[in-house]
Design a protein around this ligand. Structure first.
Ligand code: PAF
Length: 296
């Protein structure tokens, strides 16, 4: 496995792979890898010849007062996991390699970044799209794998690639949960035992909303109320938002009517930790299928 630190080396490795007739798969991460990341690596391994994992805690996507300084890091552990997943190349640059000076150029995706996580984190998605655009530019033509836990990020990155004709196919992969339903996240490491015990209420709330849709509920306000009422059973959990949105364009949905792919998405704070989660709802000819993710 190659372990690269410079933009020039990563670009050369990807160019070399393509010149040899190999397809390139990209898994962008901020490290502290878990089974969710590993499922992305497996999807890339299954679909591509040369698999690149990037590990970079991107300062640009953290707002003032957010957890940039305490974001969990474990490069040695991450490299070992990448080896186990038969990754070909890990790119783990220093911040000054990615940002030799503060960038004067950033990428902003309008509308899709408003609301949901964009409401509490107004600069976050510009940081994500800027670093992902840079990674796409460095890696070049590839298939890039993103988790559906970050559903808004996935929609935003997809739209960026489409709008800017970037030579990248963006693939969304299933959200991965612990056995008790908590969505895997590097930030789960912040939870103390009591907070960890309370955290599965987020999935319980989403599942209650999903079950209500299966039972015939079509009113988004009612679905949001179900989530709020369920989360309220854990006083240590503060719901930041719950929204029902179209999964692609992220338009808010008032009433579920006709066929489509929807998301019920939320963010919540448990102590100092901000977590997000969502479920997918697919409606075809009146049949409802829930995408609850999968369990480790
Ligand atoms: O999802 C993440 O870990 C990050 O937002 C990403 C896509 C690696 C960009 O820094």
């Amino acid at each position: 496995m190659l372990h690269l630190q410079t933009v020039a080396d990563l670009r050369a490795a990807c160019d070399r792979a393509r010149a040899g007739g190999h397809s390139v798969g990209l898994v962008p991460t901020m490290g502290f890898l878990h089974a969710g990341h590993r499922s992305l690596m497996r999807a890339a391994r299954a679909g591509c010849d040369f698999v690149v994992v990037t590990i970079f805690v991107n300062p640009l996507q953290f707002g003032p007062g957010e957890d940039l300084d305490r974001y969990p890091r474990d490069l040695a552990g991450d490299l070992a996991q990448c080896e186990e997943e038969q990754v070909d190349c890990v790119f783990a640059p220093a911040a000054r390699e990615m940002y030799p000076s503060a960038p004067l150029t950033t990428v902003h995706v309008a509308r899709l970044t408003e609301g949901m996580c964009g409401a509490a984190r107004p600069t976050h998605f510009d940081g994500v799209t800027t670093v992902v655009a840079k990674l796409f530019a460095i890696v070049g033509p590839c298939t890039a794998y993103f988790g559906r836990k970050d559903a808004q990020q996935l929609a935003v990155v997809r739209r960026m690639a489409e709008d800017l004709n970037l030579p990248v196919t963006v693939v969304g992969c299933p959200l991965v949960r612990e056995a008790d339903g908590l969505a895997l996240s590097s930030r789960n490491a912040y939870l103390d035992p009591e907070e960890r015990a309370a955290a599965p209420v987020l999935f319980a709330a989403l599942r209650a909303a999903g079950d209500a849709v299966v039972a015939g509920e079509r009113d988004a306000q009612r679905l949001r109320a179900i989530v709020r009422e369920t989360v309220a059973k854990e006083p240590s959990v503060a719901l930041e938002y719950v929204d029902v949105r179209d999964a692609q364009g992220l338009e808010p949905v008032a009433t579920i009517d006709g066929d489509g792919e929807l998301l019920v998405a939320l963010a919540a704070r448990i102590g100092a930790t901000r977590l997000i989660d969502n479920i997918g709802i697919s409606i075809r000819g009146g049949d409802v299928a829930l995408d609850l993710g999968r369990t480790v």
